[in-house]
Ligand binder design. Structure first.
Ligand code: GLN
Length: 455
């Protein structure tokens, strides 16, 4: 199939973005072989899908953007990848990301930062920044990412593409390298709602290899609706604070007006525990990460760093040199909040707060709201280096996205306008396992919202 060659050319042309970790010649060779073998009857036949480098593939190495897994070849592949291939899709290389998916800018990669496709001084968001940048640059129609606290939706918003995070348990995590296991989900970035939705539908559904994956049929795609008649959209007032960037506010107001014009009923709701979401997330995610990352010790995976005399020194040199600063920070924080003396003060309280945050959402949905609409991120893409020395400022870019992970809900970002040429994303948060309703509303909104106009 000559198409495979064109796919490889498009990806290689996007090289300046540093979004792809797969070397050009490996990519070309693999794509040609995959195209030969692809199932012609599959619903995604011939569709190239780039894959974040924390998802295991047999075709390419899986480094998680880390030196500690440099050159690592997984002996098995993620269920999502098996399903994509069974549907005829082509695995179009591995995308650059923040190390172990920890970050909001894709500056924390051991392989260099990813460039925003519309402004080279800016970040594409993170941690699935490579996937978002390739979709935005038109190199692939869709890419897989992972979303632990917003890493699919936030870069989608920054790059002006669609990003979907499914309900926890909708998509198998088998073969997704674990970061925060109770929060992690594979998600999809696409150039349109339909491209993202069709890939999500293919990778969803039961998997005996992941006990947290629900025993459900794959997601069924809704049809594109004529209107939003019958939909009740909730606007959580905590997501529209007075200090919200005025252009983001204007773009949201315009999208809300359009949903009303389409027949939706819109009402304000309150999710009172929202202010605690970021601190809660930044206790739970590092706690789980510190446990999950204990396995990288220079013995079982990836390279072993020299300069050790005994076993402990081997661990120390490998982990000390193999992990970057953000990952080390998370391991330290996680180990601290789980330690005997601090467990009750931090970890247990964070778990209690997580339950309250999830209850806030249930209360809103119980009062008749079908979906929530919010900005995805408080401001458009920031400049590279701007938040690197201030981890808290970086963490605050997740303020509107971490809640869906803490509550296990489906959520997505779609482009709703621009400010000085930079994309702005609007977020829809749905009820558990009702991705179809969320996608339906997104289809309707996408048709009317001027995604590339200034807000
Ligand atoms: N930016 C968040 C973090 O750094 C979310 C990451 C993610 O969703 N993988 O943890």
């Amino acid at each position: 199939m000559s198409d495979a060659r064109a796919v490889a050319d498009r990806l290689i042309k996007a090289k300046r973005l540093n979004a792809l970790l797969t070397p050009a010649k490996d990519l070309r060779k693999s794509l040609l072989a995959q195209a030969e073998a692809a199932r012609t009857t599959g619903v995604l036949y011939g569709m190239p899908v780039a894959v974040k480098d924390n998802i295991c593939t047999l075709e390419f190495t899986t480094t998680c953007g880390s030196k500690i897994l440099e050159g690592y070849q997984s002996p098995y592949e993620a269920t999502a990848i098996t399903k994509l291939k069974a549907a005829g899709a082509l695995i179009a290389g591995k995308t650059n990301c923040d190390e172990f998916a920890m970050g909001s800018s894709t500056e924390h990669s051991a392989y260099g930062r990813v460039i925003h496709p519309l402004d080279k001084a800016r970040v594409p968001g993170g941690s699935s920044g490579g996937s978002a940048a390739l979709v935005a640059a038109g190199a692939v129609p869709a890419a897989l990412g992972s979303d632990t606290g917003g890493s699919v939706r936030q870069p989608a918003a920054f790059c002006g593409v669609v990003g979907m995070k499914p309900t926890y348990g909708r998509v198998s995590r088998y073969g997704l390298v674990a970061f925060g296991s109770s929060l992690d989900q594979i998600g999809v970035l696409g150039r349109s709602v339909h491209d993202a939705a069709r890939v999500l539908s293919v990778i969803s559904g039961r998997d005996a290899r992941d006990s947290t994956c629900e025993d459900r049929d794959p997601l069924r795609l809704p049809t594109v609706p004529e209107s939003l008649q019958g939909f009740v959209i909730g606007l959580p007032k905590e997501y529209f604070p007075a200090e919200l960037d005025p252009a983001v506010k204007r773009a949201c107001d315009r999208a809300i007006r359009m949903m009303k014009e389409l027949g939706a009923a819109v009402r304000e709701v309150s999710l009172p525990h929202t202010p605690y979401a970021v601190p809660t997330y930044y206790v739970i995610a590092p706690a789980e990460a510190s446990s999950n990352l204990a396995r990288y010790d220079g013995v079982r995976y990836g390279p072993r760093f020299d300069g050790h005399q005994d076993l402990h020194a081997l661990y120390r040199t490998t982990r000390g040199q193999g992990f970057g600063p953000e990952v080390r920070r998370r391991i330290l924080v996680g180990t601290y909040v789980l330690s005997a003396g601090y467990y009750d003060a931090y970890y247990r309280r964070a778990q209690q707060m997580r339950a309250l945050i999830a209850q806030d959402f249930r209360n809103a949905f119980d009062r008749g709201v079908d979906l929530l609409f919010t900005p995805t991120v408080p401001a458009p893409a920031f400049k590279a280096g701007e938040k690197l020395s201030d981890p808290i400022a970086m963490y605050m870019s997740d303020i509107f996205t971490v809640t869906a992970n803490l509550a296990g809900l489906p959520a997505m970002s779609l482009p709703i306008g621009r400010v000085k040429g930079l994309p702005i994303g609007g977020q829809l948060i749905g009820q558990a396992f009702l991705e179809d309703e969320m996608i339906e509303a997104a289809y309707a909104l996408e048709r009317v919202v001027p995604a590339t106009d200034e807000a």
